[in-house]
Design a protein around this ligand. Structure first.
Ligand code: PNW
Length: 476
């Protein structure tokens, strides 16, 4: 396994999941502040008020990245820090400006996501993503950030996982703002697409010409449970409303005809105006792909209880609008602590499919990783155990997960797929949305009582892999 010299090895985070300091330096609430403070929405009533306290500990976090040898860091910007209640807030931007400078000093390329789900609350109050004006507000915000940081950012990504924003936020309601309205969800998906196109175009006018422009999608690698025509059709439907609803317009093919047919009973799509698809098809330098596990689907005949084992909360409405005759049967194990199946072949197949359907579009793995119940060993008390206070965090399964997925990516590259970088999710344990702090995805363990950081075994392993040019230390 050898990788190109300029291949990016990174780790990723998101503003609401790590920053804390929810009311500091002028920041006002986003939909995730409101949602997490609403009883019953997030496990154990956890909120992002403090999170990993990265807002105060960012210097130490950047030092850890440098020690790990990361060549890139993917983070997101909090819209309501930069434009609290719509007013420009220089103190909010200054935080990111100092962070970017510190990264560059260490030779770490900043990969900036403008939107990782934390819509300013006042924009949700005005209608949120189902309201067309939100897309224009997003483009204005992108320009503000571009003007402030545009001379220093390596890659700009407009949105992280618009599928989650639209369908978990407005259809199943397990994410903020917690609405369950399929028409609102499809409308939101379109306005997120539009927001991406408007922001991508506006940014190019204000940032360095060398900057790359991107978006990150959580593409579902959908597999039918059998080769039967009805299961294949179930896979086609889910692929349309989870993947091609974004890939189509963003990569210049417009909305797929089968998606419009499958959802015709829900909406006539009259919210798409003349010229929108052209706006959305703004040129992309690289497409970000987040991959965790494959999605297994089967035709549902309505006779037996419908299976919905795709990691979504039991009893919640389905996020898959227009797929009422599809079920999501349990997949063979093993699983992560999220209950997500572990299967690296899905990543390889997904990359090959993207390369086949959209040749010439470079790809980047912008998230890949796993939550496990890591074994924390406090060695301070045991004789010969590494000294007082020494702590080890053993996470062999995370190492295997990362190793297998990096190998799968490498196989796809060997078959001709142009992959430019790999980002582990996540640098730190953090606020895992509806699961609060109960799920840990980090390379670095966070003690939420003290804020203390401890490198897990996987962090040392990843450091060694990067130092060896992408070769895992125990490779045959
Ligand atoms: C992604 N799903 O979220 C996000 O980009 C991260 O912020 C998050 O922490 C990470 O993956 C792990 O969950 C997803 O239900 C959340 O399909 C849910 C789903 C997909 C991605």
């Amino acid at each position: 396994m050898t990788f190109p010299d300029d291949f990016l090895w990174g780790a990723a985070t998101a503003s609401y999941q790590i920053e804390g300091a929810a009311a500091e330096d002028g920041r006002t609430p986003s939909i995730w502040d409101t949602f997490s403070h609403t009883p019953g929405r997030v496990l154990n009533g956890d909120t992002g008020d403090v999170a990993t306290d990265h807002y105060h500990r960012w210097r130490e976090d950047v030092a850890a990245m440098a020690e790990m040898g990361l060549t890139a860091y993917r983070f997101s910007i909090s819209w309501s820090r930069v434009l609290p209640e719509g007013r420009f807030n220089p103190r909010g931007v200054d935080f990111y400006s100092r962070l970017v400078d510190a990264l560059l000093e260490r030779g770490i390329k900043p990969v900036v996501t403008l939107y990782h789900w934390d819509l300013p609350q006042e924009l949700e109050d005005a209608g949120g993503w189902p309201e067309r004006d939100t897309a224009y507000r997003f483009a204005d915000y992108a320009v503000r950030v571009g003007q402030a940081l545009g001379d220093r950012v390596h890659t700009w990504s407009t949105l992280n996982e618009p599928w989650c924003s639209a369908f978990l936020g407005y259809a199943s309601g397990v994410h903020a703002p917690g609405r369950t309205d399929p028409v609102a969800a499809l409308t939101a998906a379109h306005h997120l697409n539009l927001a991406h196109g408007l922001a991508n175009r506006a940014l190019r006018d204000v940032v360095a010409p060398s900057a790359r422009h991107s978006v990150t999608l959580n593409l579902h690698h959908v597999r039918g449970a059998s080769d039967a025509a009805e299961d294949r059709d179930a896979a086609r439907k889910v692929d349309a409303v989870a993947n091609r609803i974004f890939l189509g317009p963003m990569l210049g093919d417009g909305y797929p005809a089968d998606l419009l047919e499958d959802t015709a009973a829900v909406t006539d799509w009259s919210f798409v105006r003349d010229g929108d698809e052209k706006t959305i098809a703004a040129p992309l330098d690289v497409l970000g792909v987040n991959y965790y596990s494959p999605t297994r689907v089967r035709h549902w005949d309505g006779a037996s209880p419908r299976e919905h084992d795709d990691g979504h909360r039991p009893g919640a409405a389905s996020p898959f609008v227009g797929c009422d005759d599809v079920e999501f049967p349990r997949q063979p194990g093993p699983y992560t602590a999220m209950g997500w199946p572990i299967d690296a072949t899905g990543l390889e197949e997904l990359l090959l499919r993207l390369h086949r359907d959209h040749p010439g579009v470079p790809l980047m793995i912008t998230e890949n990783g796993a939550a496990f119940d890591d074994r924390v060993e406090d060695a301070g008390a045991s004789p010969g155990g590494g000294g007082a206070g020494a702590r080890r965090v053993h996470d062999d399964r995370r190492i295997s997960y990362l190793r297998d997925h990096i190998a799968a990516m490498r196989r796809a590259m060997d078959a001709g797929v142009d992959v430019r970088g790999y980002f582990a999710w996540s640098l730190l344990d953090n606020f895992e949305w509806a699961y609060g702090y109960s799920k840990r995805f980090g390379l670095i363990h966070v003690d939420y009582a003290t804020g203390g950081r401890t490198w897990k075994d996987s962090a040392y392993w990843y450091r060694d892999l990067i130092a060896a040019g992408g070769v895992p230390s125990d490779a045959p």
